[in-house]
Design a binder for this molecule. Structure first.
Ligand code: NAD
Length: 222
């Protein structure tokens, strides 16, 4: 599948998270327009970002002047300064930035961001905690990627219950409502496996679906 090539991204806040993102985007060849109110942080990333500015992101004029409005996506990560994070998000939406993704620090920060129209809320600590908790409480689940509140992609280890059965025989989609989108057999990965593909014990099933359906398959079908 062709990956959408993001041309330019804006980063507001060059702390722990924003700084790491800046580095990653630069390595991927994406142009980065970055901003932080701390001149030392801006100095640290001046040679990595395409354009780097010192400024307060809650100031509408400053945001307009640096040209964030023309960007495909702006990511806001201002750490514990929740007031700045909320105000910056509001201003970015107000001046017409199409996609504003914001790093949330807490549940209440997330709720406020939802209400003011952040297009995506990133909560890395919570996401990682959830993935670790899912992993240690299930002997079948290897990984869990949340796509939205209700939908996920999971990696499940095939048990002896499904050993030697084809996808056609299992009929997971009709019985459980979720879909096997890939099978990992050792180092090999089969994407969109055919209906006659046979599953063996310890294969890794890559599945997509509603969380309830995925849980039901993990508990009853596997
Ligand atoms: N190891 C440490 O010493 C340390 C310190 C702080 C945070 N953390 C961790 O880092 C994570 C947070 O990372 P992060 O990147 O979201 O936050 P961060 O605190 O690392 O960085 C926030 C950045 O936003 C900038 N900023 C704040 N308000 C601004 C405004 N109005 N205009 C422009 N810039 C502004 C700050 O100058 C700072 O560079 C948390 O998990 C936290 O626990 C670790």
């Amino acid at each position: 599948m062709a990956k959408h090539k993001l041309k330019q991204v804006g980063l507001i806040g060059l702390g722990n998270f924003g700084g790491s993102l800046c580095q990653e985007f630069a390595e991927l060849g994406t142009e980065v327009l970055a901003m932080d109110r701390d001149a030392d942080r801006v100095d640290d990333y001046a040679s990595i970002a395409t354009h780097c500015f010192v400024g307060d992101s809650t100031d509408e004029m400053t945001l307009r002047e640096i040209g964030v409005r023309n960007l495909d996506l702006v990511i806001v990560s201002l750490g514990d300064d929740i007031q700045s994070s909320v105000l910056t998000t509001l201003v970015l939406k107000e001046i017409g930035v199409e996609k504003v993704w914001v790093k949330a620090q807490s549940k209440y920060h997330r709720l406020v961001l939802e209400k003011i129209g952040a297009d995506r809320i990133i909560h890395p600590e919570k996401d990682i905690a959830r993935r670790i908790a899912h992993r240690v409480t299930s002997d079948k689940l290897l990984d869990h990627i949340e796509l939205s509140k209700d939908f996920s992609i999971v990696e499940l280890v095939a048990t002896s219950k499904v050993d030697g059965k084809s996808l056609l025989e299992l009929d997971v989609r009709a019985k459980y409502g979720c879909t096997i989108i890939g099978i990992m057999k050792g180092e090999d990965i089969q994407v969109s496996p055919a209906a006659e593909e046979v599953i063996e014990k310890n294969d890794v099933l890559i599945m997509i679906g509603n969380n309830k359906d995925l849980n039901r398959f993990e508990e009853k079908g596997l």
